[in-house]
Every structure is written in C-alpha cells, then in structure tokens.
Write a protein that binds this ligand. Sequence first.
Ligand code: HPA
Length: 277
Amino acid sequence: MLGIIGGSGIYKLEGIKVLEEKEIKTPFGEPSSPVVIAEVEGKKVAFLARHGKGHKYPPHLVPYRANLWALREVGVNRVLGISAVGGINKLLLPGDFVVVDDFLDFTKSRKSTFYEGIYSPNVEGNDEVARLLNEKKVVHIDVTQAYCPQMREVLIQILQGKGFRHHRKGVYACTEGPRFETPAEIRMLEKLGADIVGMTGYPEVVLARELTMCYASLCVVANPAAGIAGYRLTSNEVINLMKQKEEEIKEIVVEFIKKLPEERTCGCNKVLEGAEV
Ligand code: HPA
C-alpha cells in the first residue's frame, strides 16, 4: 500500500473517501497523528500528518521513527512525502515542484536509524526488519539512490502531463530548525550543491528505506531561502503558499495513486541485503 506523509499546510487530503482512522502505538513511540486509511480510485492508501493535528510537532521533534513504523504496521511499502521548502537554486520560483533526488543532512538531534544494535527494541513480525532488530544487529544501508527511481519517474511524468512548473531533480538540504537559516548558511548550502532547504526531509527518507520501503519526496518551493529574497521569512508565507498549492498537490497525489504500477521494479526492497554487520 502507498503511504502519504503530508507536511506543513497538508494535514489531510480534502475530498478523499476515508475508510478508517487508526490510532497506532509503536515500539518507537506514538506517531504524529492517527493513520487515515482512505480509498482513492479503488486503491487503499494511508495518510499521516507529519506535524500532527494542529501542527503540534516542530520539525526537530517529529516522531519520524514512530511515523514510519505506524505506516509499516498498516501495510505500507511505499511512501510519498510532501514538504514545503525554501528555494536556494536561483532557477526555483515559489510554487515550483521539485522531485528530490539526493540530500544533504545538517540535522543535529534526531534519531535517524531503527537499528541501534544492543539498544534496539524487540518487535513483532518475522520479516528481515524484525529479525535485524530482534537480533540487535548493526545495519548500514546504501543511500546511493535514496529516493525511489520508479516513484520519481511517475511523479515527473505526472508533473509534465499537467504542465505544472517543476524540476525533475534537486538536492535537498535538511536543517535542524525550527528557526529558518541565516543568509550565510544558505550561501554555504548553495556552495555545497543544495537546491532546496527544509527541516523535515531527513531522517524520514532513510527511515523508510531502512524498512525496505520505497520513498519519494515531492517538494513545493514555498519561499526564496533566507537572504535570497532580501526580506524577512515568516511561517505565514510558507503556510499560505502551501494552501494555494493544495488543489494541485491533491491532483498530483490522486494521479500518482492511479499511475503507480503495483509491481516494484526498483531495488528499494533489497536494501537490507548485505547491510548487516
Ligand atoms: N528553510 C527551511 N525550511 C523551510 C523553508 C526555508 O526557507 N521554507 C519552507 N520550509
């Protein structure tokens, strides 16, 4: 099943038929919100609000591990994360979509792996993930292609088909937040090759991958990054832009659910092969 994690401004998928809401507890704590199981085009999907109802969790305190684990519990094996970002690359304009293809991690305080060796909790299940946790293994996953190439291709086709301004790739720099960046930090990130900046893309992407899920990130440029526009950034600017894009995002998501082939032709589900020490 496909799981969708909605970011700032995207707390539910308006107009979609909800089947049930599941409150889930995980060995990694409680997720940000209940998991909403919905039906779209005859297919079941799971939706989770990254920041919780009423935007309770700031980026550095989002329970990323519990969120991914809760999606796993309901049978999700592919995740589409939707996020607002600041544009660093001068070619990016507010409102543009970016299909992320790589990341830079500048976070500081987040649990970014499920596999904590002797500190891993015991979990239920009898798949490879459960075995590695229960046997307290140390695991190093490859992130040469952190974002699922099959999901990215489908997103790009949809964005092209709809004629929405978009960029088929982009390097996402994840900062710790919750403050916005300084102009000097943005200049640094630009020199390092970042195209966009956000506060929530990491560790979501790697946690999904550790669970052998496919993960794709659809970002919406909400504002020019600090120092680029020459004015003060506000949360309102970000939320307002995301509200304006809500209808387009929903169109993309519905089309994505329709178009994504059942069969996973990428290598994402093989990421644990040879990964344990
Ligand atoms: N920086 C970090 N995160 C963001 C931004 C930004 O400029 N815009 C939206 N999320």
